[in-house]
Design a protein around this ligand. Structure first.
Ligand SMILES: *Cc1c(COP(=O)(O)O)cnc(C)c1O
Length: 401
């Protein structure tokens, strides 16, 4: 059986975890701070904070910006539910828009969806291919005239916040700059299935205009990830340093040093080892499927953008949703695990209940109905790549002729 996306765990990962467990300090501490510094260096951001997930990190970013009831946040219909759920958590209105043929949010649809209540736009770098960020930033700028700030960071920014969902795209590039400095805030996920993992984890890369004090913002996120407590556990641990204050009812979403230790190993070999292997696997898939008219192959690279090669989102060109499901069953019979990214939000009960209809997002439905994600991961061997291709081709012939 070929699994879909096992994490890369080897003796270096095990050694790093053993070292941190034996060090006497296992929660947020020196390794987390080191991981943050290295992430900032990697993506060229002013500052990075590492937290326990993309979800909690990005929800905190919406709270920092003061997004709440009465506000609107624009999200693509074609994404994982986390992108939308953080909007629900802060009590704002979810405004869904359709996607382009490359699966990323349609800038023109965003432009039409902007209202005076729009407080944030969350483009998604789906599969690892960056969204059209330059255009999205331009749209956020255009919204300046109609933006009604309620003080704090909203007044300083003077326009909607662009919060990038880069859960898939750590290491992807736009015009040869790594993802992390194109949006105001970029959110990464280090969940177990992602390109770079800490088992669970996430981070925010800050790239805000000069009027912001990035060090103060880092401190705000740090404090709010620890119950609004004025000192973290490490600071309180010093002799005599027991006293602390609570300045706001914060959350609990810090990263542990155990997670950071895994992340440091992952990061060190990311460019030299992880990305080249993923790129190679994707190149094999492109060679196999691009010349065959039964398939639509994903864009992994164009004039401006290079994917992080997170997902290989293949589409069966002429399949209905039922035929696609049958192709997946036929692939599974050949002992290969594939996946579908994603079921569009308007097709899931909760969002349906809120009144969203898939008919309003025709591209999202067309992409979803034909989509089959093939396995891409470091430990996938060349013979396995060949087996995935053979199983997928055979399944297609069996179902679609
Ligand atoms: C995985 C994922 C998330 C959530 O990441 P967590 O770290 O699990 O919270 C958000 N958006 C997308 C597109 C994802 O795939």
């Amino acid at each position: 059986m070929i699994p879909f996306s096992p994490p890369r765990i080897d003796s270096r990962t095990l050694k790093a975890v053993e070292d941190v467990l034996r060090s006497g300090w296992i929660t947020t501490g020196p390794r987390t701070k080191e991981f943050e510094k290295r992430l900032a260096t990697y993506c060229g951001a002013d500052r990075v904070i590492a937290l326990n997930s993309w979800t909690n990190a990005c929800e905190l970013a919406l709270r920092w910006f003061g997004v709440g009831p009465g506000d609107e946040v624009i999200v693509p219909a074609y994404t994982y539910c986390a992108t939308a759920n953080i909007v629900m958590h802060v009590g704002a209105k979810l405004v869904l828009v359709d996607v382009l043929d490359d699966f990323t949010i349609d800038p023109q649809a965003v432009r039409h969806a902007v209202s005076p209540r729009t407080k944030a736009i969350i483009p998604v770098d789906i599969g690892g291919l960056p969204a059209h960020m330059e255009e999205i930033m331009r749209i956020a700028e255009e919204a300046r005239a109609r933006f009604s700030a309620t003080g704090g960071p909203q007044s300083t920014l003077g326009r909607p916040l662009v919060l990038s969902d880069a859960a898939h795209s750590f290491g992807a590039r736009i015009d040869d700059r790594p993802v992390g400095t194109q949006a105001d805030i970029t959110g990464f996920s280090f969940h177990a299935v992602k390109n770079l993992t800490t088992a669970e984890g996430g981070a925010l890369a800050f790239h805000l205009p000069r009027a912001f004090d990035v060090e103060a913002i880092y401190q705000w996120f740090n404090t709010m990830s620890l119950h609004g407590q004025s000192k973290d556990a490490l600071a309180k641990n010093r002799p005599g340093a027991w006293r602390y204050d609570v300045t706001a009812p914060g959350f609990k979403c810090n990263m542990t040093d155990i997670q950071a230790a895994i992340g440091l190993v992952e990061l060190e070999r990311y460019d030299t080892d992880t990305l080249p292997r993923r790129r190679k696997i994707v190149a094999c898939y492109q060679d196999a499927f691009a010349g065959d008219p039964r398939w639509l192959t994903p864009i992994m690279m164009d004039e401006h953008r290079t994917s992080s090669f997170h997902l290989y989102m293949l589409r069966a060109r002429h399949a209905t949703e039922e035929q696609r499901d049958a192709v997946i069953r036929a692939i599974a019979e050949r002992q290969v695990s594939v996946n579908v990214h994603f079921i569009p939000l308007p097709m899931l009960s909760h969002y349906q209940g809120l009144g969203y209809r898939i008919q309003d997002f025709p591209n999202a439905y067309q992409h979803y109905a034909r989509e089959i994600s093939l396995p891409v991961y470091y430990d996938l061997k060349d013979e396995q790549v060949a087996a995935v291709i053979a199983a997928t081709m055979e399944a297609m012939s069996e179902i679609m002729g």
